[in-house]
Design a protein around this ligand. Structure first.
Ligand SMILES: [Zn+2]
Length: 49
């Protein structure tokens, strides 16, 4: 219930088909759509650069 893999964050919803993908996925597992755009919108943590 309260364990989460270190490399997994919030699931990314595919902008194309709506499927939920692992945070580490670069492309939708279902339709192979590029998830980088969707990932930008989900960005919550701002890092100082
Ligand atoms: Zn998709």
């Amino acid at each position: 219930m309260c364990f989460r893999p270190p490399s997994a964050g919030k699931p990314i919803k595919c902008p194309s088909c709506g499927a939920l993908n692992p945070n580490i996925a670069k492309n939708c597992v279902k339709c192979k759509a590029d998830l980088s755009a969707a990932k930008e919108e989900n960005k919550e943590e701002k890092k100082d650069e």
